[in-house]
Write a protein that binds this ligand. Sequence first.
Ligand code: SF4
Ligand code: SF4
Length: 283
Amino acid sequence: MQKAIVFSIEEFSVYDGPGIRTTVFLKGCPMRCNWCHNPEGFEPRVQVVKNLNGCERCGACKAVCPSPGACILCGRCISACPKNLIRFSGKEYTAEGLASKLLKNADYLKKCGGGVTFTGGECLLYADFLIAIIAMLKGEKTHTAIQTCGFADERKFKAVVSAVDYVMFDLKVMDRQEAIRYTGCDNAPILKNFRNLCAGGTPFVVRVPLIPGVTDTKKNLQAIADLVKDSPALGAELLPYNKMAGSKYRLVGKKYSPIFDQTAEPNIDTEIFIKAGIPVKVL
Ligand code: SF4
Ligand code: SF4
């Protein structure tokens, strides 16, 4: 039985593929992009998260904890907090269980030309789960999509991509050393999987986060455009840096430490893509 940890399910999304979609966020990511705004997606496990805004420091959560420093997910702190500031992040689903939940809206999604999108974190951490649930959704004629950073086992990547209807593939930092510096990962496997994506027949778009001085430089965007222009990509989608990116880090007990100028405005350079003949839009 295939299982995955889901940390959010968002309905009526209009930015995660064609039409109106239900977007499923799977928990866990191999990358650590310095600008990530969703740190709840880092760890591939259920966690207890605490919203410290509004905390009265009453100590009730600490007083009931049987295992400080090594959470055993007993949930006592959640019940003890008088302000309801503590919750579990992540819930385990079987492919069957999640498919049945998602299919409740299937008729509506179909009417809107939409479907279901899996993202994360990095959804390809759960490749076997994805293959199973995509088959169930497609069996009910529901359109499926994934959004991926492309940093994944090549065999699993190919298997999921050939199963799904539509792919949103992130291209972030093209220089290898800069990629390691800003994302924590070598980009060679990502570029290999981009070639795998191009060789398959699945429709896809490229997504580029515009991070000031990192991904939005002329050099980086030109390198992306040069790669995409000779590919079967349907287009490029640019995502300007979210200045609220750091707001959720305290929730998971982490500190947001950008190593770029997060106060600068991103360079929203659509011209580079237009000149290369690539349809482009800014999300
Ligand atoms: S879930 Fe239980 S073990 Fe974990 S922090 Fe809360 S009280 Fe402590
Ligand atoms: S129980 Fe709630 S309000 Fe009290 S210290 Fe813990 S998080 Fe803060």
